[in-house]
Design a protein. Structure first.
Length: 506
């Protein structure tokens, strides 16, 4: 197993870099195809969310793999390699497994314990399977990551350690007040009708807002979300206060008008540019707006030599994290003070709402960047330690299973060779003793097979056990050498296993 992951996330890079490095669906497809075409990579999968981009690959050379994957990420993200490199982190083999399992459990999320990442990991696996870029290693890895994540949520209280970004964002808007008390009677505008916007709308309804207006580029999707909200309200008997939430859809062209009547705005679209400018927010509130020049951000450190990534495998990317925090502190506009007239929650990446809107009187803006700052200070639940133990155990089990699987084709080839020897000897016996009846022939054949099976049983079981231990990769080579096994036969067994249509499907 030569698993390599190269990526960047909210922990290593400022939001300004993550925004520009975000990958659209077609870019993810091209990235996977180009990664598989690259010489060091035999398999590839990409995990791209609003706050992380990670490229996983099975490589035969570490340094060449790091260089190739880093270059491909830069090419497809649109951020130059020299600029991107200081923010990248690298994990290899067991540390790469540990990283993905931690991500699946929500330990590496912006809000610790959130469960939305499981759906994103499932999507990443599905894309790799659809494009046939995920082979045996990545299929096993991502399938196991999903199981580990589900185990962490079912066996521990990690859900109590954090919430979804939506819930956490609303808590930040409420500024210490009970979100239900804060939201009661408010009119909410939700921009977008995708998965995150739908979650936001449902959360707002449960929290107790009086009305929800949904705006989306495709009106049919907005109408569908409103229908879902209405059905949910009818089935549950209404929102927190017992009164069903009023919901209706509008065209995107009506956002400016709806903004004048909204108390809360949640935006999460796939737009590449701003959906709400500071000027639009100011106009809705009847305020004047003066363009603001943000202080110059600290100059990024010189591009790190790619070989230095090898050191990051052991110590993480603390330097990049510190640098990202410095850039963040220098570029985030100061929030306005005074009573809040309009609360804005921007969950999009790239951002939907102009950060300068935060400077307007009466406006409170919470976005991915400020959520990252707030979550860094959030208390960690005691259950996190239990989840870390689960991750460590699962990483060890996965490594053992992979090492054991590595020797399986050799064991199968050995048994195939033994079966061939038995068949040949029985055929030779038929020629020497043609007068044997069927019963005698069957008894002799069965006896010979039992002898061979008994002789092979203990060595093959033991070699699988030894191979599953750290450093056990050499046992397959020893077995092939001792029994003079044909390498082509072993390779054929491996190919048959990889081509099994039932492999890697959940």
């Amino acid at each position: 197993m030569s698993l390599l992951v190269v990526g960047l996330s909210h922990r290593s890079a400022p939001v300004s870099v993550l925004e520009r490095a975000s990958l659209a669906a077609d870019a993810q497809v091209k990235l996977l195809q180009d990664t598989l075409a690259a010489e060091p990579a035999a398999e590839a999968a990409v995990l791209a969310t609003c706050n992380r981009i990670e490229l996983y690959a099975d490589v035969d050379k570490f340094h060449a793999g790091v260089a190739e994957l880093s270059t491909l990420l830069a090419q497809h993200s649109g951020v130059g390699l020299d600029e991107l490199t200081p923010y990248l982190y690298v994990h290899y083999e067991d540390r790469a497994v540990h990283h993905l399992f931690s991500v699946a459990c929500g330990l590496d999320s912006m809000v610790v314990g959130e469960g939305q990442i499981l759906g994103q990991i499932k999507d990443a696996l599905a894309l790799g399977q659809e494009l046939h870029t995920a082979g045996r290693l990545l299929n096993d890895l991502f399938q196991q990551a999903l199981r580990v994540g589900k185990r962490a949520h079912s066996e521990t209280g990690i859900d109590r350690a954090g919430q979804s970004l939506v819930t956490f964002g609303l808590e930040q808007l409420a500024e210490g007040r009970d979100p239900a008390a804060w939201a009661k009677g408010k009119r909410a505008l939700v921009i977008g009708a995708g998965s995150m916007s739908s979650l936001a709308a449902a959360t707002l309804a449960r929290t107790g807002v009086a009305e929800i207006v949904v705006a989306n580029r495709t009106r049919a999707r907005a109408d569908r979300l409103v229908e879902i909200l209405s059905q949910a309200g009818s089935q549950s008997g209404g929102q927190a206060g017992g009164t069903p939430v009023a919901a209706h859809a509008v065209e995107m062209a009506s956002v400016s008008d709806e903004l004048t009547r909204a108390d809360v705005v949640v935006s999460c679209t796939g737009a590449t540019g701003l959906v709400l400018s500071a000027e639009a927010v100011a106009g809705a509130l009847g305020l004047d707006f003066a363009p603001h020049e943000a202080p110059a951000a600290p100059v990024a450190a010189p591009a790190v030599e790619l070989d230095q990534h090898a050191a990051w495998v052991e110590n993480g990317s603390a330097t990049a994290t510190a640098q990202a925090q410095a850039v963040r502190r220098a570029t985030v506009p100061a929030q306005s003070t005074g009573p809040v007239r309009l609360a804005l929650l921007d969950l999009a990446m790239p951002r939907d709402i102009d950060g300068d809107a935060a400077r307007l009187d009466g406006v409170r803006l919470v976005d991915i960047e400020s959520l990252a700052e707030a979550s860094a200070d959030a208390p960690m639940a005691a259950d996190v330690d239990q989840v870390r133990t689960i991750v460590a155990d699962e990483v060890a089990a996965f490594g053992a299973a992979q090492r054991a699987a590595h020797i399986t084709p050799t064991v199968v080839a050995l048994r195939t060779m033994a079966a061939g020897v038995v068949a040949g000897e029985i055929a030779r016996l038929d020629g020497r003793l043609p007068d044997l009846d069927e019963k005698q022939r069957a008894e002799i054949s069965q006896t010979v097979r039992r002898v061979v099976d008994k002789l092979l049983h203990a060595p093959t079981v033991r070699v699988k056990q030894l191979a599953s231990e750290p450093g056990g990769a050499g046992y397959a080579d020893a077995l092939r050498e001792l029994f003079d096994l044909d390498p082509q036969t072993v390779a054929a067994v491996s190919r048959a296993d990889l081509n099994d249509p039932n492999r890697g499907r959940s």
